[in-house]
Every structure is written in structure tokens, then in C-alpha cells.
Design a protein. Structure first.
Length: 444
């Protein structure tokens, strides 16, 4: 279906009224679970959810995004940690919230969404921004201006709206007066039909989706902007994409939930194969002596980890008011400030463009009473880029481990490979070599 800015505005005003009725105001938080895996008319539910999110943002209320595949246990952690006191707005609740009595709201978003990420801690933490109304306007203007969203644009959503990039593209397009094309859960045939029917002008896609789409077959590209990120894009796939959409219309960007770093056109990549681009406007990059990438953002793009000042300080170079932050990735800058990634941080697996943090999975598996030691690691996968694998020391079967994980972890986090081993391979310092485990254990 096609959601216009005018239609989303109606939903947003109703949602703003319901949120006010619940006693929420600027600075508060509300949990929103997106509907991609719900029964029924998912595109319509997505459209209502987008309107509700827009209404929250324009009321100064921070939407706390909840992935629909999370288990009850994972969801409960987020709701408790974020101190949510009102009902979760999920597929069952969103029609009533969207249809509530309308009220006034700000012309522009007064905040941005909050997304949970785990990193090295094993416990998901929210990434939140403390923005004044002026800073919020700058943040959204930066996103809209960078991609050039206008009232003529139609953006096609491929991924669940709980993820930051598809949500930014959708809300940014509505902010510019454009429309959003929604197909529900990702399906290559449905996307191909939407490309032909709606003639979208922009989209954000992850490489695993691109592979499936190009293998399925697509009509001629209507895009002026087709952006991809989330994981490494193999060179053969990148060149197929350039052939289909045109290198000038394809963009790659590098960033994290915490913030944007770089972007580049496909034509720039053709001149410097492997680059992920130059710094976004208003940002400066540097690489330290360990090849760790640091980004100095403008004030409106700063963040903190919710209720975790120690983790916040560590990300900002040891001080919460530091000038630059890092997410731990490694890379190099050439003389023209083009960034080349040389390694993702060891505490991250990217499968199908979705981040999975080994520490979180290890913490869950380690709770099994028969597990003595555990290591979670990535294995190369032709379709998904990487898949999650887990090596365990203990008197336990792979089937029992899989049952344990199914009760406690969302499907995308669960290991697809289980190995029960006498001991984990370690280096001379006693550290498990996570990035080499696949090879050490014979999976690569």
C-alpha cells in the first residue's frame, strides 16, 4: 500500500491525542512493537504504526522500538529498563491508538527514536539522544537534506520499521511531504510487484535483500536513490546492482545505531573499490593507532546509553562530554578522507543486515545448568553474509541447547550451528579467538 504524508498526519494527530490521554508528554517514552510478523493486513498495520511513531516524535515522546521477533523475556528487559509505564503499542493496539481523538502537536519531530543495542555487555542498552527542539530539527534536516527527500519521493520499505535506517527513511520522507510504499514482511516477489506498481524513487536495502531481489528478477529500476548498508556488500553483487540501478543512483553508507559516519555514490566506489565513503556533513573522522575509527559529530547528533554512564563515557573516549565516539570498528582513511573498513568489531555478528551481539547470546546460553564454557562466533554464509554459531563445553546436546535458546532468544539471534567440544581454542593469553573459531573448529 501507499501511505501519503497527509494520511499519516491524520493518524499522527490521533496518536498524539491518545498519548496525551495516557499522561505522556515531552521527555517521556512509549514502547512501539512493529507489525512485520503479525497476522492480517501487515502493510496497513505498518502504515498505522508509522503514523503513531510520527505523532509520538512530534509530541516530544521518544518511541522505544521493540523488534517483533523478541521473546517475552527479551521484551520484558527492554520495557523494564526503559521504564515503560503505558501499554506497548503493537499490532493489536495500533488501530485504536491511531483512531483516537485528534489533538495538536508540533509541526516537526521534537526527538528521535530509541533503539536497543548490546555490544560487549551482554545486556541490551538503549541508544538515546537528549535534544532541544532546535537540535531535533537540525537532526531531521540533516537526514532529509543528505538524501534529498522531497514531496515527490516515494520510499519503498524493505526491512522492519523497528530498525533505525528504514525508520529514518520513512519518517524523513513523510517530513518532506512524500509517500511511503509498504509491502509487509520482506518478500522478493512482493517487492518486485511494488517496484513496478509504485515506481519508488528511494529505498534503503541490506545486501542480503539485494542478493535475493536480483536473483528473483526486477523490472527496470525507477530509483533516483538506492542506499545500502548494514553489512559488507560483496563486489560481484555491488557491480550487479550498479548495472541494474546505475552507479550514480546507488549509495552506500556506514554507520551504527549510535550515529552516521560516511556515505558515497556508486561512482565514487568505482574509483576506489572497497570504500564506504567520506564523512557525512558536519562530521570529522580519525583513526587511532589501533586502527579504531572515531567520529566527531555535530552537537545535534550526540547520544548516550540509557541509564549507563560508564558505557557512555567509554564510547566517548573516556568522558561523556568527549568530542568523538567510537563503536569499535577498524579501518583506514586515505589522503582524500575516504574510509575503508578493515574489520568489524569482534563483539558483532551481522546476519542479513541485523546486528547480533555474541556477548548477549553467550550470556543466555551460559545460564544453562550443564554449560561450563561458551563462545558465539560468526560463520560466513552465502545468503545472509554471516550466520550465528555457538561452541559449548559441557554435558549437553545440541538439541537441548537449541530448545533452551528458542525459549529465550529471538530467531535472528539464535545459533544456527551448535558444537559441543571438549574445550575452546584459546591463544597464549587464554583468550578465545572469536574471529578464528569458525576455522579452528572446522566450519570454514
Amino acid at each position: 500500500m501507499l501511505l501519503s504524508a497527509a494520511s499519516a498526519e491524520v493518524t499522527a494527530r490521533g496518536a498524539a491525542g491518545q498519548l496525551r490521554e495516557w499522561g505522556l508528554g515531552a521527555g517521556d517514552r512509549v514502547a512501539v512493537m512493529t507489525p512485520e510478523y503479525a497476522p492480517g493486513d501487515v502493510p496497513t498495520l505498518q502504515a498505522l504504526t508509522l503514523g503513531v511513531l510520527w505523532g509520538a516524535l512530534r509530541s516530544g515522546i521518544t518511541p522505544v522500538m521493540v523488534h517483533p521477533l523478541l521473546t517475552e523475556r527479551e521484551r520484558a528487559h527492554i520495557l523494564q529498563d526503559a521504564q515503560i509505564t503505558t501499554p506497548v503499542i503493537g499490532p493489536a493496539e495500533v488501530p485504536a491508538v491511531a483512531g483516537a481523538a485528534a489533538t495538536e502537536m508540533a509541526d516537526r519531530p521534537l526527538t528521535r527514536a530509541m533503539h536497543y543495542t548490546s555490544g560487549t555487555t551482554g545486556v541490551p542498552k538503549g541508544v538515546i539522544a537528549d535534544l532541544t527542539p532546535a537540535q531535533a530539527a537540525e537532526w531531521w534536516d540533516d537526514e532529509i537534506g543528505h538524501w534529498g527527500f522531497t514531496a515527490e519521493d516515494v520510499t519503498l520499505v524493505h526491512s522492519p520499521l523497528c530498525h533505525s535506517a528504514p525508520l529514518r527513511f520513512a519518517i524523513g520522507t513523510l517530513e518532506a511531504g512524500g509517500s511511503v510504499a509498504l509491502v509487509g514482511r520482506f518478500d522478493p516477489a512482493a517487492v518486485a510487484r511494488a517496484v513496478a506498481e509504485y515506481r519508488p524513487t528511494t529505498a534503503f536495502v541490506v545486501p542480503s535483500q539485494l542478493q535475493q531481489l536480483l536473483d528473483h528478477g526486477l523490472p527496470p529500476s525507477p530509483y533516483r536513490l538506492l542506499a545500502h548498508a548494514g553489512s559488507a556488500c560483496p563486489e560481484p553483487l555491488k557491480r550487479r546492482l550498479h548495472t541494474w540501478a546505475g552507479a550514480e543512483r546507488v549509495w552506500e553508507f556506514y554507520g551504527a545505531t549510535e550515529g552516521a559516519f560516511t556515505s558515497c555514490r556508486g561512482s565514487e566506489w568505482e574509483e576506489r573499490p572497497g570504500t564506504v565513503g567520506r564523512p557525512r556533513a558536519g562530521r570529522r573522522l580519525r583513526v587511532d593507532d589501533r586502527n579504531q575509527i572515531w567520529c566527531e559529530p555535530p552537537d545535534y547528533a550526540r547520544f548516550r546509553y540509557w541509564n549507563d554512564p560508564a558505557k557512555t563515557a567509554a564510547a566517548w573516549g573516556g568522558a561523556p562530554d568527549g568530542a568523538a565516539f567510537t563503536v569499535g570498528d577498524l579501518g583506514r582513511l586515505d589522503a582524500d578522507q575516504y574510509l575503508f573498513l578493515e574489520g568489524r568489531r569482534e563483539d558483532l555478528i551481522i546476519t542479513g543486515g541485523v546486528n547480533v551481539y555474541p556477548a548477549e547470546v553467550e550470556s543466555t546460553v551460559a545460564e544453562h545448568p550443564r554449560v561450563r564454557d561458551v563462545a558465539v562466533f560468526p560463520v560466513a554464509d552465502a545468503r545472509w553474509g554471516q550466520r550465528v554459531a555457538c561452541a559449548v563445553v559441557g554435558d549437553v546436546s545440541p538439541a537441548a541447547l537449541d530448545r533452551w535458546a528458542r525459549e529465550r532468544l529471538a530467531g535472528y539471534k539464535r545459533p544456527k550451528e551448535w558444537l559441543v567440544v571438549p574445550e575452546l581454542p584459546r591463544n597464549s593469553m587464554g583468550k578465545v579467538r572469536r574471529t578464528a573459531l569458525g576455522r579452528d573448529l572446522g566450519l570454514e
